[in-house]
Design a protein. Sequence first.
Length: 297
Amino acid sequence: MRSSSSPEMTIYELLKQAKDLLSDYHYREAEPLLRQVITCAPRTVNAWAWLGDSLDGQKQYWGAIQCYERALTLNPEQAWVWNNKGTTLLALQQYEHALIAFDQAIALDSGYASPLNGKGIAFRGLYRFAEALAAFDQALTMNPWYINPLIGIGNTLEDLGWFHEALAAFEQAIDAAPASGTAWNGKGNTLIKLQRYQEALQAFEHVLTMYPTYANCWNGKGTALWRLQHYEEALAAFEQSLTLHPNNAQALRNKALVLQKLGRIPEANYAMAISQQASPPGAAAGIVDYRFAPSKP
């Protein structure tokens, strides 16, 4: 097989190899192939769009947006590119701009369920929960086998405090896709809200048997253990979450609270201080002094 850097490779072969790499989530490896195509044929729409996918997969979100915009300048009739641009804008929490991109995708392909699901996520990010539920329902009506809207419904219902209804949505998603770690994680989080901590722990442990590097699930497991007063085990779970995602503000706060329970006050104060730095702007509004005081004898 000829190498990816061989001058004998055609543009088609480079694109096919890059597409295969993207399909296997090898985002970094696909990037140089797509850049090679763009150097040779700068008006290749798929090369720009797939380079956007590659950069998005590497969490280089603004670079991805620039690539999608270049692809859409060349051909604005690509619904899937508008959808992918909207999805990247969600990662940047640019919810209003994401809605515009998703609406463009829907205008070009009214039977496309993915941008409807994206609109639901954007509406949820804007706290427009009724519109979020309507968008998720519409996506689910369009494609009943698409579990992402079910997960979106579960998350939105949980935001609204409708925990039993949220649990039902997550369980419906699990019935449709038993290997969905996101659905199981949502179920675990909702069980915690319902104070069903042992069941929540079982849900998180089930996910971790399938996806041991799922950082948010380790945080959920730690929360369940903390509520069950298994503080040392909870601390270990939060530490594992932070090993996988060091800037997870919620895991840092939870770690601080467990350290406080264990009487390790200086460590608790340090973890809480780091969590404040990791929080988005405004997340700590109203906090005057987060420090823990040593327990009285």
